[in-house]
Design a protein around this ligand. Structure first.
Ligand SMILES: [Mn+2]
Length: 307
């Protein structure tokens, strides 16, 4: 039995790709089951309601030596808590490669806009049968990760795949669908502040130390900016509690393609301003056209720490 695991603080891409890959493997006669490493965000919930999909089971750890497939991530800090005790048999991802394995395994990594793109390619290349619901889920994952093709991570392959998938999914107005997804994602109500920070949050190792990088992709940036003090206080707490060198939280205006970053302290503010040439607007670090953690934020940090 292969356990398909997306990353912690799951997003639509990680959940959708895991669910659809379960179907792909099942068609191939491989026993597999998709899991979620945490609660679904509002965008994913919206998608599930719209396409009448049942959410995958939650899991926090698995029995020793369980076979697992890592989807949409390959870093230990972003994965299941007892990863070290488990048997990784396959990785499918579109992030930078970090992991070391102790035996040869299947790895499918491609610099596409989403993991759902890689899964979609597998279906088309293998002539596997793709249901209307699964095609819709893959489209949702691609739209979510590429911010409907706005992100610099977008490739022509992603656009072509959405067109091909929509021959099956038959979503009438993709633009309208994307706006519905983004507004579901932006609707956070009175969500506890720690959950806001951890909404889309990953740990990265730079220069031998761990940093927390959270992003909030939104169509209503004021929600985040209005909770600035609370956010910063919570980020400082997380930094101390989790033994991090710093925590950054970027509010990303999807439609305007601009970002507003908060930090866990003065040193972090100075560092971020230096790296991104940010404009400090009363503690909010404004950068135009900075919207992708994967393709813009993380590589710039890496470059900074190499020096
Ligand atoms: Mn992804």
């Amino acid at each position: 039995m292969r356990h398909i695991i997306g990353h912690l603080n799951p997003d639509t891409d990680t959940i959708a790709s895991a669910i659809v890959y379960e179907d792909f493997l099942t068609q191939k006669g491989v026993e597999a089951k998709a899991y979620a490493l945490g609660h679904l965000n509002n965008e994913t919930k919206f998608i599930f309601e719209k396409f009448k999909v049942i959410a995958p089971d939650h899991v926090h750890e698995l029995p020793k030596d369980s076979e697992i497939i890592l989807l949409d991530h390959n870093e230990e800090g972003q994965s299941i808590s007892n990863l070290k005790d488990l048997d990784i048999v396959e990785i499918i991802d579109h992030h930078k490669v970090k992991i070391e394995t102790d035996k040869p395994i299947s790895i499918y990594i491609e610099p596409l806009g989403s993991s759902c793109s890689i899964i979609a390619k597998k279906y088309f290349e293998n002539g596997a049968e793709l249901s209307k619901t699964n095609a819709s889920l893959l489209i949702a994952g691609i739209i979510s990760d590429t911010l409907f093709f706005r992100s610099p991570t977008t490739t022509q392959t992603d656009r072509d795949l959405v067109e091909k998938l929509n021959e099956i999914a038959q979503i009438e107005d993709l633009e309208k669908f994307s706006l519905e997804m983004f507004s579901a994602k932006s609707d956070l109500g009175d969500m506890p502040i720690e959950e806001v920070v951890k909404l889309d949050y990953k740990i990265f190792e730079f220069g031998g130390e761990n940093y927390g990088l959270g992003v909030m992709e939104t169509t209503s940036k004021d929600y985040g900016l209005n909770r600035k003090e609370e956010l910063v206080e919570k980020m400082k707490e997380i930094k101390g509690k989790d033994g991090l060198a710093g925590v950054f939280f970027s509010i990303i205006d999807i439609l305007e393609e601009k970002s507003y970053t908060l930090t866990s302290g003065d040193e972090e503010t100075e560092m971020f301003s230096k790296i991104f040439d940010a404009e400090n607007q009363e503690g909010v670090l404004f950068v135009d056209n900075l919207i992708s953690r994967k393709k813009q934020i993380v590589p710039k940090f890496e470059e900074y720490f190499k020096k």
